[in-house]
Structures are given as C-alpha cells and as structure tokens.
Design a protein around this ligand. Structure first.
Ligand code: ARG
Length: 260
C-alpha cells in the first residue's frame, strides 16, 4: 500500500516492526504537517507522530507498520472505508469526530492560534472582523474560524486549503490576513519565516500553565483514531502509549521536537 503513495518511511526504513511476517498496520496521515509528519531533505518521513508511531507500534507492540499519505479532509471516511487501520495525523479529539471514530488516550496538547504578518493591519482579535483567514480544510482550525465568523455575525471570510502550506503561502502572499492553525505547527512556520508572528491577546488558555503566551482560541488534545469496532487494538495502543510515558521514550521524543 505504501508504494502507491510513494512514502519512504515504511516500517523497514525507520526501523520499526516485528519480524513475524504478519499483518502490516497502515497509518493514514496528511503530510506535510511539521513538526508532526513531514520529510527531511533526504525525503525520509520524520516528525513527532512518526517517532511516537515507531515507539508504540514498532517497539512496544512489535508490529510492522507504515504511513499512508492521505488528505486530511475526508480522513475519517477513509479510515471507516478501511483504507488504513488507524489515523495518526496530529488529529484533535473532539465530540463530532468521536461519533464516527474511537480515539486513543490523548498524547499531545495543542491550541488554535492566529498567525499574522508583523507589518500587517491585524494586531488584535477584533481586527480580524471583515478580514479573510486561511485554514486547512476539515481541521479544527477551520472550525475555530467558523466560530469566529459566527461571533462576527458573518463578517469573516474563510479560505480553506487542502493542506496547511496553502494557507501559509496565502498569508505570505497577502491573500489572507491571518492563518488559524495548531500552535506548534504555526510556530515552526513563524520561526522559519521572518515577519510572521502570532497574534497577541488573552485567549482561552490564558490562565493555564504552559499555555502559549499569545492569543489562543481553543485547547485541544491529539489522539490516534480507530474504527469503532477496533476496541481490542485501541486498548493495546493505549497500553503502549502509557508504557512509553513510563519508560521515558515519550519525553525523549518530546524534547527532540519541542525543547530544542
Ligand atoms: N489538529 C487539527 C485537527 O485535528 C489539525 C490536524 C491537521 N493534521 C495534519 N496532519 N494535516 O483538525
């Protein structure tokens, strides 16, 4: 299956997997979404999710596994059509999704945040009224934009892109005034692009320890998604997630990507 999407990071390439010649666990993911799932210059698939997958499916569960690239919008339908076994794609656990899939225990906390151009016109949340914002289609960033649109009585234009890079490019090209997206992903983009900054302000996470020091629209948790008939496997994965927290592997991976 992985051949079809041309991904380099089969279990073999990133060292994962058992050797019983058994079933290969396929992991649906929308790529790139750095620092969670993206390619290095050599073309290898890397990222926080990729290493957590190696630790959980490869090391703890001793399974063969491989990532399968897929679009984020429609990823749940694709899981339920059995195109892959699980979703691992920096996916936020929420109620509407939980009607269609079952989630693992949470493995990462994220916040919806707003990226703007430093020398642009947007310096507060209220400045977004009447503006165009870019989001990735089918994401909680898009949902947060819709909430803001409602709050502004419709006075917000939402531009949805198939991949987050489309929204980032639109910001650089002045086609949108802001991008609403997960904080660490936007943070990586801001770090690499001069003049791209987070919108300041007191957000929902203002009083929370470890919260980002800028406007936060939501607090979210990522989970691995399973079909609703896959309870036994989901429980095994939850056990493995707990094991990598207990043995320090989770913290090592976390530090590699977020405390550099
Ligand atoms: N956390 C957001 C959501 O669940 C965005 C995820 C996008 N992930 C990706 N790999 N493109 O909607």
């Amino acid at each position: 299956a992985v051949g079809a999407s041309g991904l380099a990071a089969t279990a073999g390439c990133i060292g994962g997997g058992g050797d019983d010649g058994g079933e290969t666990i396929t992991i649906g993911s929308d790529i790139p979404y750095a620092p969670f799932e993206y390619r290095n210059e050599a073309g290898d698939l890397i990222g926080f999710d990729v290493e957590i997958a190696e630790a959980v499916f490869g090391e703890q569960l001793d399974l063969n596994y491989e990532f399968q690239e897929t679009s984020f919008d429609g990823i749940i339908a694709s899981l339920n059509n059995a195109n892959f076994r699980v979703i691992m794609s920096a996916m936020t656990i929420n109620e509407s999704r939980a009607e269609r899939v079952d989630f693992s225990d949470p493995y990462f906390t994220a916040y919806q945040t707003v990226l703007v151009l430093e020398d642009g016109d947007i310096s507060s949340r209220e400045d977004l009224r009447g503006e165009a914002v870019g989001v990735q289609r089918g994401t909680t960033g898009e949902a947060a934009a819709e909430d803001l649109q409602e709050e502004f009585d419709g006075e917000l234009q939402i531009e949805s892109y198939d991949q987050i890079n489309g929204a980032f490019d639109a910001l650089l090209n002045n086609q949108v005034s802001a991008v609403i997206n997960d904080n660490t992903v936007s943070g990586e983009f801001a770090a690499e692009n001069d003049g791209v900054v987070f919108l300041e302000g007191d957000g929902v996470a203002a009083d929370q320890e470890d919260a980002p020091p800028y406007l936060t629209l939501t607090i979210e948790n990522y989970g691995i998604a399973f079909r609703q008939d896959d309870d036994e496997f989901r429980e095994e994965v939850n056990g493995a997630l707990q094991a990598i927290r207990d043995n320090g592997t989770y913290d090592e991976i976390y530090d590699e990507y977020f405390e550099a």
